[in-house]
Design a protein around this ligand. Structure first.
Ligand SMILES: Cc1cc2nc3c(=O)[nH]c(=O)nc-3n(C[C@H](O)[C@H](O)[C@H](O)COP(=O)(O)OP(=O)(O)OC[C@H]3O[C@@H](n4cnc5c(N)ncnc54)[C@H](O)[C@@H]3O)c2cc1C
Length: 490
């Protein structure tokens, strides 16, 4: 009889784990608490608008990368999926000028040199570093001891190729993004390069610019909804059982081994369980007896959360294709935070995102504001606070784009509480903050030492998380299951 594997959660990690385990010959059931798969990687429709909720740029969208192979193997991408690669990645207004970060680092450098010849030395250094990082793509490898049909050992020469980037990481790794940006004299350049929050490690800026420069980080047509739907189809075509609207209440453990999962009214038996619910929340909710693994304790105690309040706006007005970040004449205040500049992603150029002559806009107000929203909810002020924030945002937007006045048809605010409810994630967090000095891309072990057959995947397991990390973590968990049952990983 085929061994039974249960995957908890149908986000990117769960879909990936389920597909790879299914293809490797296991009888896989995927339990997803919602009516659709995708988890944080989702989009939503309101009044004819489609708001992209997660994929702003997708690492591994370029067929030249190793991560692309995983997207392809899971059915997320293939040759028929159009990938949009826009030349401009980020725009800001600076003293009446528009400053752009281009996909090509050489074009960015030309633009910045005109703006600030005094920064020439630092600009040229930036170009060199980004080009060095361009060679440091995320490798896809097998775990130790797994039998794989198409083995992927550490690519020969990877370390050698990566060495120059590793040296830069050692030099810059201890700097924050703010420290790094402050090396430039021109305040506009400092702002423009701050495409990543200031408290992240400076290496995040270089990784981001390198991803774009290598022709990666595109936007797949149809975005998050379409991509995760394709993954679900791949899973079902492999014979996998997808149980939607099915929340797992507990992992059942007997005599040091998993035996199944507890649903509302039944127990599903299993030989192995892969937990992809956000790890901290899963530890709190899915286990009657605490797990004692040191790595789980470390993850719980040291993880710095990335979360946001996400604004979606549907506007019946002609707006520019790119809405550069601008300085607000009146700051937006919420959650003890003062927002002094704001920019929006627009989806005007993609078919089907907004009715004719309209635009679907989104922006993420970054920050862990869970406590603020939680208190507001407890005190019955939640909707009022959301309304107050919505009014400030509409006012700011209409001051800048008067054609939007009276034409904002949708204003939707997702708070960390929304993400917590929607994906079952601790404090609604969807990635991990990599502070200066972090150890790069070091994955947690992902299995429970004292419980046979219990594995973990998800964005928290390979910091800093995001779609490629979630994808890789699912593949890795499936390999661990193969190793447990001496099966060949396909
Ligand atoms: C606003 C925003 C912007 C983002 N931008 C980017 C970006 O540009 N690039 C990037 O790489 N990443 C981005 N991310 C992050 C990325 O979306 C996530 O890191 C990734 O999707 C996490 O996938 P996951 O499978 O690990 O977790 P999740 O997506 O959280 O999946 C967990 C799944 O488990 C289900 N679940 C939870 N508990 C249970 C249970 N008990 N029983 C059954 N089902 C359960 C949930 O419903 C969910 O479907 C963004 C995220 C957000 C919110």
């Amino acid at each position: 009889m085929r061994k039974q594997v249960i995957v908890i959660g149908g986000g990117i990690a769960g879909l990936s784990a389920a597909i790879y385990a299914g293809r490797s010959g296991f009888d896989v059931t995927l339990c997803e608490q919602h009516s659709i798969v995708g988890g944080m990687c989702t989009s939503w429709r309101r009044k004819g608008y489609l708001f992209e909720g997660a994929i702003h740029w997708l690492t591994g969208s370029s067929p030249k990368t190793q991560v692309y192979q995983m997207w392809k193997e899971t059915g997320a991408l293939d040759d028929t999926v159009k990938i949009y690669l826009h030349d401009i990645f980020r725009s800001i207004e600076w003293e009446g000028k528009i400053l752009n970060l281009y996909r090509s680092i050489d074009t960015t450098a030309e633009h910045l040199l005109v703006l600030s010849p005094a920064d020439e030395k630092e600009i040229r250094r930036l170009v060199k570093r980004v080009k060095t990082f361009t060679r440091l793509e995320m490798p896809v490898m097998d775990i130790q001891g797994v039998k794989a049909r198409n083995p992927k050992p550490m690519p020969l020469g990877y370390i050698l190729k990566a060495l120059p980037a590793i040296i830069i990481l050692a030099r810059l790794g201890k700097l924050s993004c703010t420290d790094y940006c402050n090396r430039f004299q021109h305040p506009g350049i400092r702002k423009l390069l701050a495409c990543i929050p200031g408290d992240f490690s400076a290496s995040s800026i270089l990784f981001t610019l390198a991803t774009l420069n290598m022709g990666d980080g595109g936007y797949p047509e149809g975005g998050s909804l379409a991509m995760t739907a394709r993954m679900a189809e791949t899973f079902k075509n492999l014979g996998g059982k997808l149980l939607l609207n099915t929340e797992v209440k507990k992992v059942v453990i007997e005599n040091g081994a998993v035996t199944g999962v507890q649903l509302e009214n039944e127990i599903l038996p299993a030989n192995a369980v892969i937990v992809t619910q956000e790890t901290i929340a899963a530890l709190d909710r899915l286990f009657d007896t605490p797990l004692h693994d040191a790595w789980l304790r470390e993850l719980r105690e040291t993880t710095k959360l990335i979360a946001c309040t996400y604004i979606s706006m549907g506007v019946r007005a002609e707006l520019p294709e790119t809405i550069p970040e601008w300085q607000l004449d009146e700051p937006i205040r919420y959650a003890d935070t003062k927002i002094t500049e704001i920019g929006f992603g627009t989806y005007a150029r993609y078919a089907g995102y907004a009715p004719g002559g309209c635009a679907a806009l989104t922006t993420a107000l970054m920050g862990d504001t869970w406590h603020f929203w939680k208190k507001a909810k407890e005190e019955g002020r939640y909707d009022e606070e959301k309304r107050a924030l919505a009014e400030q945002i509409s006012r700011a937007f209409c001051r800048k784009y008067p054609q939007a006045e009276g034409n904002i048809e949708v204003m939707d605010i997702a708070t960390p509480l929304t993400y917590e409810r929607y994906a079952g994630a601790y404090h609604g967090s969807w990635m991990t903050l990599m502070e200066p000095g972090h150890k790069m891309a070091q994955a947690y072990p992902g299995f429970a030492q004292d419980v046979h057959g219990l594995y973990f995947a998800g964005h928290r397991i390979i910091p800093p998380g995001g779609h490629p990390a979630a994808l890789a973590s699912g593949r890795r968990a499936a390999q661990m299951v193969c190793r447990q049952f001496d099966a060949v990983f396909v």
